[in-house]
Every structure is written in structure tokens, then in C-alpha cells.
Design a binder for this molecule. Structure first.
Ligand SMILES: [Zn+2]
Length: 266
């Protein structure tokens, strides 16, 4: 997302529909620019400024992560003349580059206890598990299968109204999903849920094993399944997925193998 804010004179704001906004304030001959992230999730942003009659007090552009529900000083400029002008623009993406995944955590399989599902695509899967989905896992299951949280946390994003699907990246935005922030600042994402199949809302705190929604076949998909991935911020444009471990009836699963079936246990 790119947002542009034009600032001049005393006290100006930008209101952003995406939950991120900047505003400026003049104090003692200096212009202070703040950034607010009103989302529950962390973001990683890149801030670029063009200006006249101002002198930046820090190197630009700035690339940083910002926690959810937080305001911070973004940049500071010395005002050199009365006709000063500042144009801010920024891009951001969900995720914090400073988060460190708890690699000792064993995830619960995201379906009902005692149920068994087939892994249809594992880590590095050729169909779509590359880039920021490198360590995603697909579990084949009928549309409407109950989904349970693999790990507890805060629900920070959902999409519930998608209904299109197809085996092309162009359908990716149509996928319904739930994104949960874990206590180590990483995120678990449950994707391809059926239309109106999301049973939680942004702001809910869910525990490991809580029912959260129904699987489906929405978005970039070639058949009904659940896509599950854990990620953190990588840079201002992308995220990095994390190799995770599961606990199954057969024991610990370090690398879910395509064609294997795994039974959910607590
Ligand atoms: Zn997948």
C-alpha cells in the first residue's frame, strides 16, 4: 500500500483507511512527523519524504517495524524557511522483522482431535509453496471441515466474503482467511476458508485448540484444503515463513510429508 501525505504550515493530518496514518506537528522551529498503526498487527514500513526548506535530522528513507496500536516519532526536520513543504509517502506490510519465533513450540494440527488428514503440499511444495509461503502446509479436507487454532493468540485479521477460486495466483486475494498473532510476535494464517466460514473476529483472543472456522476452497487453490503458514516480517514488502513442528498421534512432525496422513492430538 502506498500512502502520500502532503504537509505544510502548522498542524496537519492524514487519515488512512488502512489503519496507518501520519501527522505532523511544529514545535520550536522543528517539524515532527509521527506514524500511528491502529491495526492490532505489527507492520514493517518504508518512509520516503520529499521536501523544500526543511532539513531532515535523520537519514532518509527510513525502514522500521512498528507494533500494533502504537504511535511513534517517525522523523524530525529543521524548518529553514516559511514556505516549507513536505510530502510523505510510505509503504508497509504486515509483520515485524524483529520477532523471533519460538522454535521449541509444537503446533497442534489445525483440525478436530482424532481426525486424520492428508498432506497435499508440504514445505517447498512445487505448486505454490515458494517465496513467502515456503514453509506452508496444505491439508486436504472437504469444504466445511472444522478448523481449530494450532496455537493461541490474538485474532488480527480475517476475510470472510471471498467466493471465487482457481489454480492461478490471480485468485489469491479471494481467499478467506484468519490471521492470529502469537505471543512471540509471529503470525499463524489459516487460508482458503469457505465463504462466511470465519467463526472469530478481529480482537478475539483464542487458545490453542479453539474452534475458529470452516475450511473451504476460496482463492488460489486447485481443490478443497486448508493452507496453514506461520510467518514474521521480512522487509517492507514481504514476509518470511517459518519451518514449524507439529505434534501428531504418530509423534513429532518436523517436516510434514506429502502423501502422509496425520491424526490430531492435543
Ligand atoms: Zn498451500
Amino acid at each position: 500500500m502506498i500512502k502520500i501525505l502532503f504537509l505544510s504550515f502548522l498542524f496537519l493530518f492524514s487519515f488512512a483507511k488502512d489503519g496507518v496514518q501520519t501527522y505532523g506537528e511544529v514545535k520550536d522551529g522543528e517539524l515532527f512527523v509521527y506514524i500511528t498503526n491502529n491495526n492490532l498487527f505489527d507492520i514493517t514500513y518504508k518512509y520516503i519524504a520529499t521536501y523544500d526548506e526543511l532539513y531532515p535530522m535523520q537519514p532518509l528513507p527510513i525502514e522500521k517495524s512498528l507494533e500494533g496500536n502504537t504511535t511513534t516519532l517517525l522523523s524530525k526536520f529543521m524548518i529553514l524557511g516559511k514556505q516549507y513543504k513536505l510530502t510523505n509517502s510510505y509503504v508497509w506490510t504486515l509483520g515485524n522483522t524483529n520477532s523471533i519465533h519460538n522454535d521449541n513450540y509444537f503446533y497442534r494440527l489445525p483440525y478436530a482431535l482424532g481426525e486424520t488428514h492428508l498432506v497435499t503440499q508440504g514445505f517447498h511444495g512445487a505448486f505454490s509453496h515458494s517465496g513467502d509461503s515456503e514453509y506452508a502446509v496444505d491439508f486436504g479436507m472437504e469444504v466445511g471441515t472444522k478448523i481449530y487454532a494450532s496455537r493461541g493468540g490474538l485474532v488480527v485479521m480475517t476475510k470472510n466474503d471471498g467466493y471465487k477460486s482457481g489454480p492461478y495466483r490471480g485468485f489469491a486475494e479471494d481467499a478467506n482467511h484468519i490471521t492470529i498473532k502469537h505471543d512471540d510476535g509471529t503470525y499463524g494464517k489459516y487460508v482458503h476458508l469457505k465463504q462466511n466460514g470465519v467463526a472469530v473476529k478481529v480482537g478475539d483472543i483464542v487458545q490453542r485448540g479453539d474452534f475458529i472456522g470452516y475450511s473451504g476452497n476460496t482463492g488460489f487453490t486447485n481443490g478443497p484444503h486448508l493452507h496453514f503458514v506461520v510467518f514474521k516480517g521480512k522487509d517492507t514488502k514481504s514476509r518470511t515463513s517459518i519451518p514449524i513442528k507439529f505434534i501428531a498421534k504418530s509423534g513429532f512432525v518436523i517436516n510434514p510429508i506429502v502423501g502422509n496422513r496425520y491424526t490430531a492430538v492435543k
